[in-house]
Write a protein that binds this ligand. Structure first.
Ligand code: HEC
Length: 179
């Protein structure tokens, strides 16, 4: 009788110890997964640039990065690194036209931050900055996305228009950034 009681106590007490441990393990595992996801997410959001907290700056960088992706699609098709298809080529051209149109609006507020590469001259020579954005938009419109040959003829002017603004209004000009 006594021994049975003991065994029972052992069993129940073992259960008591086992449960919280198990639960702790589950919580630990869940937190690790969550931490991993958050880590991946922030790595993704910050890809290509150092940490930027201001939402306007983040928006203008996202606008720029989207242009870069579109340009990359087209230059890959032009260079034969990607099979040419008129549909994605035309979609990329659209992105370039739309985004270059938005440049003045996205830079309208003078926002500076340590990790931003925007030159303060953007806001002291605003007219010139806008003119370069318009030139980029014209170059985007001129892109011939109907064939590889069309891209060969029209893409260099687009790349040039990106550089043309970066050389003046972006610190650390980086040739690799546009193509
Ligand atoms: C009218 C000026 C202007 C034009 C045109 C322009 N850019 Fe930019 N771009 C800037 C400025 C200024 C910055 C820096 C912004 C900052 O760091 O706050 C920048 C930054 C970038 C960045 C870096 C984004 C980051 O995450 O740090 C990329 C990529 C980029 N531009 C791509 C392009 C491409 C591709 C084109 C052409 C299709 C283009 N830009 C045309 C002004 C321009």
């Amino acid at each position: 009788m006594m021994s049975r009681f003991n065994t029972l106590r052992q069993v129940t007490s073992r259960k008591h110890i086992a449960r919280p441990r198990q639960r702790r393990f589950h919580i630990f595992a869940a937190l690790s997964v969550l931490g991993l996801c958050l880590g991946l997410l922030s790595a993704d959001l910050n890809a290509g640039s150092a940490v930027i907290t201001d939402k306007d700056i983040r928006a203008r960088l996202a606008l720029m990065r989207e242009q870069k992706a579109a340009l990359l699609t087209l230059s890959d098709m032009m260079a034969g690194r990607r099979i040419f298809h008129p549909k994605p080529a035309k979609a990329a051209r659209r992105v370039l036209i739309e985004n270059t149109r938005k440049i003045p609006r996205y830079f309208a507020k003078q926002q500076m931050e340590a990790n931003s590469h925007a030159e303060p001259e953007i806001w002291t020579r605003w007219q010139d900055f806008e003119t370069r954005a318009q030139a980029a938009r014209q170059a985007a419109k001129q892109i011939n996305a109907g064939s590889v040959n069309g891209l060969r003829r029209s893409l260099p002017a687009m790349v040039q228009a990106c550089h043309n603004c970066h050389q003046t209004y972006r610190t650390t000009p980086n040739r690799a950034i546009t193509h």
